[in-house]
Each structure stands twice: as structure tokens, then as C-alpha cells.
Ligand binder design. Structure first.
Ligand code: HEM
Length: 222
């Protein structure tokens, strides 16, 4: 997010930039591991707990592969020194990221709209999933349109918003995970509020970071 063309391109700066993908990858760890665990579970056959995924098998597979690829690969798009040293890599991985992100978001919305409501979820959470999934889709499309017009700032803002929504899965694990120990498995309104809170928090932090970084950048074209 922070393109610092005015600052010296020192190895120290590059080393310091690694905290950005490292923390984003750490945030993706729980949902990515949950995805791998769910794939192993589905390969072992149908149970009462996973029956809803067998009833609608395509979206869960698309969702796990699309969303995980988007979060893992996307983590490196926000590292200024890496992006500067490998602009070709930024473009090529962007061509994978946009379809992966769209597939992850649309399949998540598909499951929310057409899948059976899981026992711990309520209708509010279904609507939150449709709302934030739509924000992610709109963000990716507007980010893509902006870069095709060579409008770097608008591209950065919309891509940061789309990525913030996707990383909601990681923040939700941090928000809801501890509740399992203190109040048991969260469900209903508590779960829906925790999930929405994580999405809003990510969007606020992303907005603040991208605007702060752009305030420090000189205006430039790609
Ligand atoms: C726009 C963002 C997202 C939306 C709207 C969304 C929506 C959904 C929905 C509706 C389900 C099915 C829930 C159920 O039936 O229990 C689901 C499951 C899942 N999602 Fe997402 N998701 C999003 C982002 C992500 C991301 C970014 C990841 C991973 C990096 C992810 C990983 C998973 C996994 C692993 C499952 C399966 C959970 C299980 O095994 O019970 N999701 N998601």
C-alpha cells in the first residue's frame, strides 16, 4: 500500500517491509487451515455435520480454493519494496488474484443465499455475508476498471477494500475464537455481530492505511 518513491531503496527498508506480508499471511492462517481441514473432512465422506456441503458441493470447493489463493497471494501485493522491484510480478499475480477473489466472494454469497442455514447462523448473518461479499466483488471490479484507466490511487483504494473484506475471515477467527473458551460456541446474534464487527474493523483499518500511505506519495502514473 505504501509506495515511497521519495525514500531511499535500502535493503533495510526492504527487510522492514516484510512485516506487511508476514502479518497478512499470519491472519490468513486460521481460515486457510480450516479450508484444508474441511477438504480432508469432505474427502472422508458425508456426515450429519457436513451434509450441507454435499448438497451444494461446487461452491464450497470454489470458495476454499478461490478465497485462500486470494488471501495468500494478495498478501505480497501490499509490500511496496517487492512491488517496486518486481512490477511484472504485481501485474501477473493481479491477473490470478482478481478471478480468484471474484470466485471466492461469489461462491461465498452463493452458499449464503442457497445453502441450508448452518445451525449456529441466523438470517442477519446471511445478509451480512451477502452485503460484504458484494462489497468485495464491487471492490475488485472497480479496482480493475481503475487500473485499466491507469488511475493508480483509485485502484489501490478499491483493491485494499476488497482485500480487507476477504481478510475478514482471519479477523473473525480472532474475534470469535476466544469466545469459544469464554461463552462456548457463539451463535445467533452474537456470532452475526462478531462477524460484522470484524468486516467493519478491517475496512476501517484498510481505509486508514491506504489514505495515510497515499497522503505520503507523490501523484504518479503506472
Ligand atoms: C466475502 C467474504 C466471504 C464470504 C461472504 C464467505 C461466506 C462463506 C459461507 C456462506 C460459508 C458457508 C458457511 C457454512 O455453511 O458453514 C463459508 C465457509 C467457509 N469459508 Fe468463507 N466467506 C468469505 C471469505 C472467506 C475467506 C477469505 C476464506 C479463506 C481464506 C474463507 C474460508 C472459508 C472456509 C474454510 C469455509 C468452510 C467452513 C467450514 O468448514 O465450516 N471464507 N464462507
Amino acid at each position: 500500500m505504501t509506495t515511497t518513491a521519495l525514500r531511499p531503496r535500502t535493503p533495510t527498508r526492504t527487510r522492514r517491509d516484510w512485516w506487511i506480508p508476514a502479518s497478512l499471511l499470519a491472519l490468513t492462517f486460521v481460515p486457510a487451515a480450516a479450508g484444508a481441514a474441511r477438504l480432508v473432512d469432505l474427502s472422508s465422506g458425508r456426515t450429519a455435520e457436513n451434509a450441507r456441503f454435499f448438497d451444494l458441493p461446487l461452491p464450497i470447493l470454489v470458495h476454499i480454493f478461490g478465497a485462500t489463493t486470494f488471501c495468500l497471494l494478495g498478501a505480497f501485493q501490499f509490500m511496496p519494496s517487492f512491488r517496486r522491484r518486481r512490477p511484472g510480478w504485481h501485474r501477473w499475480s493481479g491477473r490470478i488474484l482478481v478471478p480468484a477473489g471474484l470466485a471466492g466472494a461469489l461462491s461465498g454469497m452463493w452458499m449464503a443465499a442457497f445453502g441450508d442455514l448452518p445451525v449456529y447462523d441466523n438470517t442477519a448473518l446471511m445478509w451480512f455475508r451477502l452485503l460484504f461479499g458484494s462489497i468485495m466483488v464491487v471492490g475488485l471490479v472497480l479496482g480493475l476498471v481503475a487500473i485499466r484507466r491507469r488511475d493508480v490511487r483509485t485502484h489501490q483504494r478499491w483493491m485494499a477494500r476488497a482485500y480487507a473484506v476477504a481478510q475478514g475471515a482471519g479477523t473473525q477467527a480472532l474475534v470469535l475464537g476466544p469466545m469459544v473458551f469464554f461463552v462456548g460456541q457463539p451463535s445467533g446474534t452474537l456470532k452475526a455481530s462478531g462477524m460484522a464487527f470484524a468486516w467493519v474493523l478491517n475496512l476501517v483499518v484498510a481505509e486508514w492505511l491506504v489514505r495515510r500511505s497515499q497522503a505520503r506519495q507523490p501523484r504518479r502514473r503506472v
